[in-house]
Every structure is written in structure tokens, then in C-alpha cells.
Design a protein around this ligand. Structure first.
Ligand code: PLP
Length: 471
């Protein structure tokens, strides 16, 4: 313990001296020369030059030109405890010295992965007692598929092979993750998709609800699952997977009756219900897991992002006892990753979960900052002619842009409108994401009231600038 200040000082010094000080242009040129960016038009990006983020603290980022930017997206929905937590850095440093790596194959284990699993079983809802580790949300969903298939094989029902997911869902970018997701623009770039994965429609009332009430639409969209099960045959369907709220698809909150109906249908036809909690997990809605907000109980949960608050990569699949029991009794499970349960990632995850719990961060999202944010955002946007509605709970929100408030009008060039708004955000040092004509916010869970005021004021200003530009 005497060494703690020294360790922190030392690691700060090292980080500060890690890279040469360069001009922004030089970094951009090097970046364009050698770095291929995810989900980007790389040619266009190379021309324009990427923004270079050099450091971060709390809810703020700084770029290489010294701009201070408020991060309304917690990175990619992941930096739940905020930036700059020296306690997480310190744990990583100490764990690296103690045991930087060992695997969990071949009858071995280690303290960090044991302690993490125990801790997860304490914070997860009743019955989630077993955890399988990987490195990302995509791998988590691949792992979920592997587990689902092994489960039904072990139960003597190997014909239960189909997994049903939703259009405009997002489950990652591996081949299986992209297949599970319902993003047409990703499917188009693949010669084939993983077989036995089929999609039903999403519960996006604003765009697809027509004349139906929210309740009628919620039931109708949930019952598409039943229709699909009957079409395929219940004895052929293994699982349904969905995000409790669609994140990348636009922070789409389903009508309140949607998930209870989905759950009823899964139980009726003996289909596993898999929740992709990669975004929703670890406090985003003010509950530990988003399915708790929506009032249903899945059989499996995919976890990543907030598990380590993005400080290092880690993903996991949480299994309810009845699923784990089957898997454990089934003999060899031929799946695993070199870094399954990585000790440094596990050590950070433990420290991160303790921060979320012991500093009352999630509790504050539920009782204070979440309701404050939701109300402030709705009030600030209430009079905007461009805003058709706001979805959200806790510290996540989707703002629907509309061409006509009264008729829920949609822009034909929805992606251009969202991009226009996002460009205003960029210029105003606000990170707000656009998915077509929806603007998304998901700030670090440690954001305080005055930072929320700033975030909301900037978001409203940028939406106002967009409205003015559109005339
Ligand atoms: N599932 C959901 C719901 C996600 O939002 C994401 C990423 O945004 C993923 C899975 C994939 O996670 P990763 O990018 O860590 O592979």
C-alpha cells in the first residue's frame, strides 16, 4: 500500500512519455497511410482526416488540437464509469505484474476469473450463476450460439437449430454476429450468412406502427415471433435473441407489452430467450441489466462494454442455472478463446463492477441523474419542429427527427439529415451519434447534473441548427 502513490505516478509518467508529440496533420497522414478504420468510408475519411483523441477525463475528451469535447456516447456506449479512473489503471498494472496472462483451458484457472465470476453472480439477477468469457460483444453472441446449440444437442433435440432475431437489431460484426444482426448493409457485403438464423420485424412504432396504437403494435410485433415459430416448427427453433432496447439501430424502446409477450411465446414453445445486454448491461437504464427495466427474464445474457467500462476488451455470456446445468452435464464443450477470462481484463472488470456498485453509480442513474436527464432532454426538445419524440430511460436516449410532427413524417434522405446534425455536434464539441434520422445519447454513467445540463443544451442547440439549415 505504501507503493500505491509511486505506482500511480510511475504509470502516469510512462503514459505521458509513450508517444512522440506530433502535429495533428502528421498523425492524420500516418493514420491514413496505415490504419484501416471500422465502419468507415476509408477513402473519404483519409481525405478529410480523422479527429485525433489524445486524452480523456470524466465525461470529457480532448483532441490533438486541444478541443474539449463532451462525450455523449461514453465512447461506443461502454465507458460506464467515465474516463481517467486511476483505480482501474492501478489494478491493471498490479495484475500485469502478478500474472499478466494465463489461460483457462486444460484444467487451469486463476484468482481474477474466479473472483469475477463470483461477483457477477452477486450483481446479476437471481439464477445467473455461470459465466463464459470472451473478448467482445460479437464473440459473446457467437458464444451464445455455440451454447444454444450445445444445449439442445445435450437435451436430445439437435433439430432445434433455428435462431430468430430481428431486422435492424445489432449483435456485432463477426460473421455470426452480423448474421444475427438485421443490418442489410452488412449482409450485402457477405457472400453468405450463417445458416439457421432468420429475422422478424423490429418493434419500432414511430416508423412502422402506421395507424396502430403502441399497444396493438407491440403485441403484433411480438406475435411475429409466434408466427415464425409456427412456420418453422417449434421443434426446429432453438432460441430468440434480441437487445432489450435496440442500441445501434437507433435506441428504439419497444412498447411496454412487447417483451412480456415475447417471453410468453418463448416459454410456450420451449425456445431459449437470449438477451443481448452488451449495451444495456451494467446500469445504462438505471437497472443493472436492461431486461430488468423491461420486466422479462432471459435464459442467457450477452455482456461486454460496461463489464470493464471499455478499459480493456472483455465479453461474457451469463447463463441461468437450468442452461448451465445442461451444459455442465453435457461433456466436452469444444469452444474457447485464448483470452477467455483474461486475468488483467477480469481484474479490471472486478474493480469496475465494485465501482458501479459501491460508489452507488447505478443507483444514482436510477434515482437521480437518469430521471433528471430524461426530463431535461424532453423539455429542451419539446418545442423543436424537428423532433418527433424521445425514447429512453436512465442515461440512454434516442431522439426521433421528423419532417412533420403531426403525421410522424419521415425524411426520404434520413441518413443525410442525421449526418447533418452530427456534423453540427462535431463542430460544437459534442459527441452525439446518428442512426439515420435518430440522434443517440448514452453518456458515461458518472455524468453529474451540471454536465447533463451542458450535454442537453448542446444537443438541443445542434438540433436547432439542423432545423434552421433545413428551413
Ligand atoms: N451487441 C450489441 C447490442 C452491441 O451494441 C454491440 C456493439 O455495439 C455488439 C453486440 C458487438 O460488440 P463488439 O463490438 O464488442 O463486438
Amino acid at each position: 500500500d505504501n507503493r500505491r502513490p509511486a505506482i500511480v505516478a510511475e504509470s502516469r509518467q510512462q503514459a505521458a512519455g509513450l508517444y512522440a508529440a506530433r502535429e495533428t496533420r502528421e498523425w492524420q497522414t500516418m493514420d491514413a497511410a496505415h490504419h484501416l478504420h471500422p465502419f468507415s468510408d476509408m477513402g473519404a475519411l483519409n481525405q478529410a482526416g480523422s479527429r485525433v483523441i489524445t486524452r480523456a477525463q470524466g465525461v470529457y475528451l480532448w483532441d490533438s488540437d486541444g478541443n474539449k469535447i463532451i462525450d455523449g456516447m461514453a465512447g461506443l456506449w461502454c465507458v460506464n464509469v467515465g474516463y481517467g479512473r486511476t483505480d482501474l489503471a492501478e489494478i491493471a498494472y498490479r495484475q500485469m505484474l502478478e500474472l499478466p496472462y494465463y489461460n483457462t483451458f486444460f484444467k487451469t484457472t486463476h484468482p481474477p476469473v474466479i473472483e469475477l465470476s463470483q461477483l457477477l453472480s452477486e450483481v446479476a439477477p437471481e439464477g445467473f450463476e455461470h459465466f463464459f468469457y470472451c473478448n467482445s460483444g460479437s464473440e459473446g453472441n457467437d458464444t451464445t450460439l455455440r451454447i444454444v446449440h450445445q444445449y439442445w444437442r445435450a437435451k436430445g433435440q439437435p433439430d432445434k437449430k433455428y435462431v430468430i432475431s430481428r431486422r435492424n437489431g445489432y449483435h456485432g460484426s463477426t460473421i455470426a454476429g452480423a448474421t444475427l444482426g438485421g443490418m442489410g448493409y452488412m449482409h450485402e457485403q457477405m457472400p453468405a450468412q450463417v445458416p439457421y438464423i432468420v429475422h422478424i420485424n423490429q418493434p419500432y412504432w414511430y416508423a412502422e406502427g402506421g395507424e396502430q396504437t403502441l399497444e396493438e403494435f407491440g403485441l403484433a410485433r411480438a406475435r411475429e415471433l409466434e408466427a415464425k415459430i409456427l412456420e418453422l416448427g417449434a421443434d426446429k427453433v432453438a432460441a430468440f435473441i434480441g437487445e432489450p432496447f435496440q442500441g445501434a439501430g437507433g435506441v428504439i424502446f419497444p412498447p411496454a407489452n412487447y417483451w412480456p409477450e415475447i417471453e410468453r411465446i418463448c416459454r410456450k414453445y420451449d425456445i431459449l430467450l437470449c438477451a443481448d445486454e452488451v449495451i444495456g448491461g451494467f446500469g445504462r437504464t438505471g437497472e443493472w441489466f436492461a431486461h430488468q427495466h423491461f420486466g422479462f427474464t432471459p435464459d442467457t445474457m450477452t455482456l461486454a462494454k460496461g463489464l470493464t467500462s471499455g478499459y480493456v476488451p472483455m465479453g461474457a455470456v451469463a447463463l441461468k442455472r437450468h442452461v448451465a446445468d445442461v451444459l455442465i452435464a453435457a461433456g466436452d464443450f469444444n469452444h474457447g478463446l485464448t483470452y477467455s477470462g483474461h486475468p488483467v481484463a477480469a481484474a479490471i472488470a472486478i474493480a469496475n463492477i465494485k465501482l458501479l456498485r459501491d460508489e452507488g453509480i447505478i443507483e444514482r442513474v436510477k434515482t437521480d441523474t437518469g430521471p433528471y436527464f430524461q426530463q431535461a432532454l424532453r423539455e429542451a426538445l419539446a418545442d423543436s419542429p424537428l423532433v418527433g419524440g424521445v425514447d429512453g430511460a436512465g442515461l440512454v436516449a434516442g431522439i426521433q427527427l421528423t419532417s412533420d410532427k403531426a403525421s410522424r413524417g419521415r425524411f426520404e434522405n434520413a441518413w443525410e439529415i442525421g449526418t447533418l446534425c452530427r456534423d453540427f455536434c462535431f463542430k460544437n464539441n459534442l459527441i452525439m451519434r446518428a442512426t439515420a434520422d435518430r440522434m443517440l445519447l448514452s453518456p458515461p454513467l458518472v455524468i453529474n447534473r451540471s454536465e447533463i445540463d451542458e450535454l442537453v443544451e448542446k444537443a438541443a442547440r445542434c438540433i436547432g441548427l439542423t432545423a434552421r439549415e433545413l428551413g
